[in-house]
Design a protein around this ligand. Sequence first.
Ligand SMILES: Cc1cc2nc3c(=O)[nH]c(=O)nc-3n(C[C@H](O)[C@H](O)[C@H](O)COP(=O)(O)OP(=O)(O)OC[C@H]3O[C@@H](n4cnc5c(N)ncnc54)[C@H](O)[C@@H]3O)c2cc1C
Length: 419
Amino acid sequence: MTGRVHVIGAGLAGLSAAVSLVRAGRPVTVYEAAGHAGGRCRSFFDEVLGRRIDNGNHLLLSGNEDTRAYLEAIGATDRLCGPEHAEFPFLDLESGERWTVRPGAGRVPWWILSAARRIPGSRLSEYLRALRLARAGGDATVAQCLDGGGVLFRRFWEPLAVAALNTAADEGAASLLWPVVRETFGRGEAACRPRIANPGLSECFVDPALRLLETAGATVRFRSRLRAVTFGGDGIAALAFAGGETVRLGAGDRAILAVPPAAAALLPGLETPRGSRAIVNGHFLVGRIGEHPFFLGLVGGLCQWLFVRGDVASVTVSAADSLAEEGSDAIATRMWREITRALGLEGQPLPAFRIVKEKRATFAQTPAETRRRPGFRTPWSNLLLAGDWTDTGLPATIEGSVRSGRTAAAAIVADSISS
Ligand SMILES: Cc1cc2nc3c(=O)[nH]c(=O)nc-3n(C[C@H](O)[C@H](O)[C@H](O)COP(=O)(O)OP(=O)(O)OC[C@H]3O[C@@H](n4cnc5c(N)ncnc54)[C@H](O)[C@@H]3O)c2cc1C
């Protein structure tokens, strides 16, 4: 049977599910609580800066295959930009040293044998320690696996892990970092080229998807917050939305709940990750500097990544729960000190800025919370889950959320063929 699929949540997980389903010829309705799509991955016009900015810097890698397939489906592959070859420039804010990590072409990282290509101060033996990640058990943290007290951990593994897991390395799950390394750095240079949405997240991931859905006849209903689910037989019977509307599911209908874990509490007994971690981004109007867009990894300070697009410099602090409690002016002052050092703007006064605090940016990707991720199937036969917090095998990232949506959609299509 090929009934309608009701997708709740228009973040990237919901959008990728909806896109896959309309491409498979399924009628789809998307319900989104907010007045816009994109969820935690979106752009907006900021009145203070007078610019359109992203809620936060998002970095992808060329080996993110599900994201690439999604962008191909929505006709937006040209909206990701980045260097022709994999290169990751870094600055140590304490020592002032700068270096660029340039992984080699093959799967075997022969480049680490060359002292000139290794990260300054790192030893070959530290790189070999990375093999421990592949064998990490479910309880191991990133620091337990990789921190041998050497320079490589501080200058590469820690920034990578905090960015990928949004969780401090001493509590982040090593088992979640390994798939990132395996699917990107582990496949050689071509799979780990850094990629940034250009001009912004919504123009890349969201707006083209909404256009495709509209063209395909799908309905996207904004300001439609799911507030209750009613159950009947072995499935769900109806979806009740704030405002009083109730949508009953017909015999062949399916639903995909693509909302954050807190909203998934609408399902009784569903175990989900409970803890979350914040990400704080600061956007500063700096004027035009250098080649655009570009990004820089920062170690030894507060900020972890610096992106420059147009005349806006944006810095990211992940695993930022305590920082998120500070006032925006104090955060901006601290960030600006580091930005001026990184961009050679010392002495310049603090320009117009916007601090964006995403207090629940992702679930806390610790070993304990990782074990609480549910799969995409639920005990209800006509209801599936999607979202970066479901058990995708990946960290809570764009690649994970897109994959989760595609997985749920593929299961619905496969079920309808076999029934
Ligand atoms: C600041 C920041 C920086 C990040 N950086 C990176 C990065 O560099 N690289 C990377 O790959 N990933 C990054 N991420 C993670 C990435 O943004 C997320 O993994 C992804 O956007 C999650 O998508 P989702 O669809 O799973 O969830 P969401 O985006 O949360 O989507 C859920 C949607 O459901 C809606 N909703 C909630 N409740 C209801 C309800 N009751 N009824 C209807 N709708 C509802 C919400 O409004 C939302 O639109 C970052 C995230 C943040 C916040």
